[in-house]
Write a protein that binds this ligand. Structure first.
Ligand code: HEC
Length: 236
């Protein structure tokens, strides 16, 4: 009897609980199992008991260099190592990191004509480019860039002669430094759309800085190869 009474009571209270659902009620609902629905927190503009000034939001320490955006970053010389590090993180310079000045209306990359302004062309850059070219490119393109590397001549299609007239045709992509940069980093996809490459990508093997050094060196090779040969003889 006692047992039956208990069961009836339990059933009744369950029914009562279930019956409350859906009824309109102004008081906050009773939470029998809160399940971490609410927790203590500080909202951005709220007050905080913890700090003396009573603010939840804290001031960044003096001299902190913001990393998330460009605006407001100090141009002071002392900040330049952090500024360039931040640029590398954000990769927010399409000329340097992508070799483009953006996309055209059709969504195709617009390659920059010349090396990005942030790359200064000096002897050190050309020597670095030569060293990297000899390591990564000469096997196919030859030390002179003439496409006569031991591996390159076995390739199908054969490795390009980087001094060929194709690099001089006005408006040809090959005349644009940003295009060469992209070939180095992303290779040249086979035209059949198979996902393969006629020239393999080398972006995994070198930094953007070294890729630009190689571009500068390829241009130096081309300039050297297209220089007029001095004629012998003539009037003295
Ligand atoms: C494994 C061989 C191989 C290596 C290594 C190689 N290339 Fe090539 N490269 C090729 C082949 C093959 C082509 C021709 C692709 C074609 O005609 O579709 C080519 C084409 C090119 C072109 C011309 C692209 C065009 O559209 O006209 C450039 C520029 C170039 N390579 C630069 C480089 C540079 C710089 C390096 C070193 C980072 C390099 N290549 C390393 C095989 C290679």
């Amino acid at each position: 009897m006692n047992n039956r009474l208990r069961t009836t009571l339990a059933l009744l209270s369950l029914a009562a609980l279930a019956g409350c659902r859906g009824d309109r009620e102004d008081a906050p609902p009773r939470e029998f199992f809160p399940d971490l629905d609410t927790q203590l927190k500080w909202t951005p503009q709220g007050r905080s008991e913890m700090f003396e000034d009573g603010r939840t939001m804290r001031q960044p320490p003096a001299g902190a260099v913001p990393f998330g955006r460009r605006a407001g970053v100090s141009d002071a010389a002392w900040a330049s190592p952090w500024a360039s590090e931040r640029d590398r993180f954000l990769r927010d310079d399409p000329a340097y990191f992508d070799g483009t000045s953006g996309r055209d209306a059709a969504g195709n990359p617009v390659f920059i004509e010349k090396l990005p302004a942030s790359v200064s062309v000096d002897k050190a850059l050309l020597l670095r480019g030569q060293e990297r070219f000899n390591i990564y490119c000469s096997v196919c393109h030859g030390y002179l860039g003439d496409g006569k590397g031991t591996v390159g001549v076995q390739y199908s299609p054969v490795a390009a002669d980087l001094n060929s007239p194709a690099f001089l045709v006005a408006d040809a992509p090959q005349t644009k430094d940003g295009y060469i940069f992209n070939i180095i980093r992303h290779g040249k996809p086979k035209p059949d759309g198979s996902g393969g490459f006629t020239m393999p990508p080398y972006g995994h093997a070198m930094s953007e800085a070294d890729s630009w050094a190689i571009v500068a060196y390829v241009r130096a090779l081309q300039a050297a190869r297209s220089a007029a040969t001095p004629t012998t003889g003539g009037s003295r």
